[in-house]
Design a protein around this ligand. Structure first.
Ligand code: KG4
Ligand code: ZN
Length: 363
């Protein structure tokens, strides 16, 4: 089965063609146009501008994805599109384009929850070529039951999956998401959007032994016995540290690196501790991590150490499949039923994993 996946929830316009042979999902093409550079100039995303960029990119991106796949339209079995959550203007471009293509090409249409899309990037065998069956043996897709940690710019969620589309929402952020915290703290310490990679890079350059200062940031809700997160207090603490250092005339490249290091440590410690506590409580032997922040090396290293100790198999997609992309949307769609009527599909900016019936119906 071949699915064209379309993703336009935020500032990335992406389309991908994926193939499923038996249990194996591979990428034939995955094309992304990002307006992140433009957003960086303004220090964050301006929704109207993101939607305008989506409109400019959507057709060329889909065309390139189909060309790159070496398939013709006739060989595509279905179209999948992000229904939500996201920015309404951006979502509408993808949803309306997908509906139109579904009608004109006479292909089934499968709406996808973007958050599940992130998690299902873990089902993609991205290391071997399609049809390269000898390589395929090395890839093991996640198996149930499993724990999912979704850490993106808009979401921080812990979800226990009994099976495909059968899950229990354990907790999420009460305020800022982990990625949002990276982005807001980055801005406070002088980096542009997206802040996660900038902080990760700067933190790597920090040498603990060179530090003259003690900077201690809070670990919000670390010892609270829910699986909820809260990151907004961290940004306030960072603002205070920057003010202090400026008052002491000690705000410079070194203290910026030091603060980057402490911000990353604080966010990662909370994410890792809560995730491992949930994995123990639900006794899972498989952990899937996804979303833009899953591209963070410190997070993957820490999770690997802790999950290895517990005999838990850790799955994290390649960095390009952690940030928004069309491939992850097609990946979920292999497990879902298409809608019966195009009129039934509306973009939904508030879709989450918390409510029932947001995952779509199993195929
Ligand atoms: O999943 P994503 O591409 O978009 C959303 O659906 O939100 O995630 C984007 C987020 C941004 O907040 C960005 O700063 C963060 O992922 N991010 C990272 C890293 N790469 C991207 N955060 C920490 N470390 C990274 N290496
Ligand atoms: Zn996303």
């Amino acid at each position: 089965m071949v699915i064209l996946g379309i993703e336009t929830s935020c500032d990335e316009t992406s389309a991908a063609v994926l193939l499923k042979e038996g249990n194996r999902i591979t990428i034939l093409s995955n094309v992304t146009a990002s307006s992140a550079e433009l957003q960086a100039k303004y220090g964050g995303i301006i929704p109207e501008q993101a939607a305008r960029e989506q409109l400019k990119s959507i057709i060329p991106v889909i065309e390139t994805a189909i060309n790159d796949s070496d398939l013709v339209i006739k060989e595509i079995d279905a179209i999948a599109v992000t229904q939500g959550p996201g920015l309404i203007g951006s979502l509408l471009i993808g949803v309306e384009t997908a509906k139109t293509l579904s009608y004109v090409w006479n292909k089934p249409l499968i709406p996808v929850n973007h958050l599940l899309g992130h998690l299902y990037a873990n089902w993609i065998d991205s290391n071997s070529q399609p049809q390269a069956l000898n390589n395929a043996l090395s890839f093991q897709p996640p198996s149930f039951p499993l724990l999912g940690l979704l850490v993106s710019g808009g979401h921080t969620d812990l979800v226990y999956f009994k099976d495909h589309m059968d899950y229990l929402y354990l907790g999420g952020t009460r305020d800022d998401a982990a990625g949002e915290c990276f982005d807001k703290c980055a801005r406070l310490i002088g980096f542009s959007y997206p802040g996660g990679p900038a902080i990760a890079q700067s933190a790597m350059e920090f040498k603990t032994q060179n530090s003259k200062f003690k900077i201690e940031l809070p670990r919000p809700l670390l010892n609270n016995d829910t699986f909820d997160f809260s990151f907004s207090g961290l940004k306030t603490a960072v603002a205070r540290e920057v003010d202090n250092l400026k008052k002491l005339k000690q705000w410079n490249k070194n203290t910026q690196k030091h603060l980057s290091y402490e911000i990353q440590e604080a966010i990662i410690e909370v994410l890792v501790e809560k995730t491992i506590t949930a994995a123990k409580k639900y006794n899972v032997k498989q952990l899937i991590v996804a979303g833009g922040v899953a591209a963070n090396k410190r997070l993957s290293d820490e999770l690997k150490i802790k999950s290895d100790k517990l005999g838990i198999k850790l799955h994290i997609p390649k960095p390009v499949l952690c940030t928004d992309n069309g491939a992850m949307i097609a990946s979920v769609a292999f497990f879902l039923k298409p809608i019966d009527n195009l009129k039934d599909l509306q973009a939904n900016p508030n879709l989450s994993l918390e409510n029932e019936n947001v995952a779509g119906q199993l195929r």
